[in-house]
Ligand binder design. Structure first.
Ligand SMILES: [Zn+2]
Ligand SMILES: [Zn+2]
Length: 172
C-alpha cells in the first residue's frame, strides 16, 4: 500500500506542493472478471493545496489495465486517464462527511485505495478488445472477429419453420 504521512508536510494557507508518488495497484474485479494493472506501480502526480478552510488533494495519473474483453473474452487492454480530487476541512468540528477525505486516516493518506477507487470510477461502461468487437457466435462460441463460422444466421423463429416444413411438403 502506498501511503503518505501528511505530518511530514507543512503548508501555509495559499501554499501548494506537487509530488510524484509511486502507486501500488493490485488486481481489481470488474464485472466479475479479473483485471491487472500494467505497470502495477505507475507514477502519479499528487498535489496538495492548502486553502483557508481546508486542504485540497488532487491525484493525476494514467492507469493501464489488462483483462478479458466483455464480449469475446480475448485479451483487452485499456488506458484510463484518472484525475481525482478530495477535500479535507481544517476545522474538525465541522462534522460534515462531504468535507472529509475518506482516504485520510490519522494524517496518513492511503494513496493506493484512493487511486484504485478513482480508476473504477473512470472506467468506460464496457471494456472491449476493440470498439467493434463482434463477440462470440451464440451457437458454436467461435470468436467472430476471426471470421464467420459455419453456423449461418441464427435459426428462424420456430413458428415460421413449421410453415416452411409444410410448404416444402406441398411442393413435393
Ligand atoms: Zn472482444
Ligand atoms: Zn458459430
Amino acid at each position: 500500500m502506498t501511503s503518505l504521512d501528511l505530518r511530514k508536510i507543512t503548508l501555509r494557507v495559499g501554499d501548494a506542493v506537487e509530488r510524484d508518488e509511486i502507486l501500488e495497484l493490485h488486481d481489481v474485479s470488474i464485472g466479475g472478471q479479473r483485471f491487472s494493472f500494467e505497470p502495477a506501480q505507475p507514477v502519479a502526480r499528487l498535489t496538495l493545496a492548502r486553502a483557508t478552510t481546508g486542504m485540497v488533494f488532487t491525484l493525476t495519473f494514467t492507469a493501464s489495465l489488462r483483462g478479458p474483453c466483455a464480449r469475446c473474452l480475448a485479451d483487452a487492454a485499456l488506458e484510463v486517464p484518472v484525475e481525482a480530487t478530495e477535500y479535507e476541512a481544517v476545522d474538525p468540528s465541522a462534522d460534515v462527511d462531504e468535507l472529509e477525505n475518506p482516504y485520510l486516516d490519522d494524517d496518513v493518506l492511503d494513496l493506493s485505495s484512493w487511486a484504485r477507487d478513482a480508476v473504477l470510477l473512470s472506467l468506460p461502461e464496457k471494456i472491449l478488445c476493440a470498439k467493434a468487437c463482434p463477440g462470440l457466435c451464440g451457437s458454436c462460441g467461435r470468436r467472430l472477429d476471426e471470421g464467420s463460422c459455419e453456423c449461418g444466421p441464427p435459426p428462424a423463429d420456430s413458428r415460421w419453420s413449421k410453415l416452411e416444413e409444410l410448404r416444402a411438403e406441398l411442393a413435393e
